[in-house]
Design a protein around this ligand. Structure first.
Ligand code: SAM
Length: 271
């Protein structure tokens, strides 16, 4: 996959994407990340990328000319070509007003050959960029940041770790929070507990006892069926406590429903 990032702060990306899985995926050739300095597509002495908004009001807006010129330099298929048939590229504007980034959306993006991420600044980008240049707007959450750079880094990280081969152990992405398949009853014998759209279950490592805090007994007794059941219950408990909205989209087994009836009837949830 290729990820092009368009920004007025190219140095911002020195660091966040140079570590861990993103770095490894880059070194393995699974992803190629290219950062484009928007100011290189200006033609005035001051390398101006912004201007005052028509109609008045606060702040500045990223001008359309450098953004259109920058995107033209990337030699992408036309917007019409990108939006017809099975898309292989997507031009994305980072925006608080965009479609919210989810694991499902990250999975869709990971199936593409190329994503172009346009980082807004100030009051945002000239709306013609959204209407005529970009394919979609994506938000990383319901809050307002000062620029799209953090959002672009989040998207690249979320998407890269889904590329086949990016994680050493493929199973670790299948079992993560929000991963919408493999309910407990259908998970393979060696699987501990596919999340099936739930939040992930709790993880522990050595020492088994730390400052008087012991790892749950079930995890050290070696009974894999009990471990699987325990993990599923913990995933249900955590989802009910922190993100009950997710339960609507989860394929619950009979056993899950019994557990939920028991723990939600308890008034409060204990681990
Ligand atoms: N005037 C805009 C509004 O109220 O929606 C906010 C502009 S914000 C200060 C500047 C830039 O930060 C945006 O153009 C966008 O690229 C980025 N940004 C801010 N919040 C974001 C979010 N939640 N997700 C993705 N990008 C965001």
């Amino acid at each position: 996959m290729k990820a092009d990032i368009v920004t007025i702060f190219p140095d911002f990306f020195r660091g966040p994407l140079d570590h861990g899985i993103t770095r490894r995926a880059t070194e393995m050739g699974l992803v190629k990340i290219e950062v484009h300095d928007l100011r290189q597509f200006t033609h005035d002495r001051h390398r101006t990328v912004d201007d005052r908004p028509f109609g008045g009001g606060e702040g500045m807006v990223l001008k359309p000319e450098p953004l259109f010129e920058c995107l033209e330099s990337l030699q992408l298929p036309t917007r019409e070509e990108r939006l017809t048939g099975a898309p292989k590229q997507s031009v994305i504007v980072l925006s608080a007003q965009g479609q919210r980034l989810t694991q499902k959306l990250a999975t869709e993006l990971a199936a593409l050959e190329r994503i172009v991420l346009i980082c807004g600044r100030y009051e945002g980008v000239d709306e013609r960029v959204i209407d005529f240049l970009a394919d979609r707007e994506i938000s990383i959450g319901d809050y307002v940041l000062s620029g799209g750079e953090l959002g672009a880094a989040v998207i690249v990280e979320a998407v890269t770790r889904l590329l086949p081969g990016a994680l050493g152990n493929e199973a670790s992405s299948r079992q993560e929070s929000f991963t919408a398949h493999a309910p407990a009853e259908t998970a393979g014998a060696d699987s501990t507990c596919g999340s099936g759209g739930l939040l992930d279950y709790p993880h522990y490592t050595r020492p088994a006892e730390f400052r008087g805090m012991a790892v749950p007994e079930v995890l050290v007794n070696g009974n894999h069926l009990e471990i699987r059941r325990w993990r599923r219950e913990q995933a249900l408990r955590k989802t009910l406590r922190n993100r009950p909205d997710l339960l609507d989209g989860v394929e619950l087994t009979k056993e899950d429903k019994k557990i939920l009836a028991r723990i939600s009837g308890a008034g409060h949830i204990q681990n």
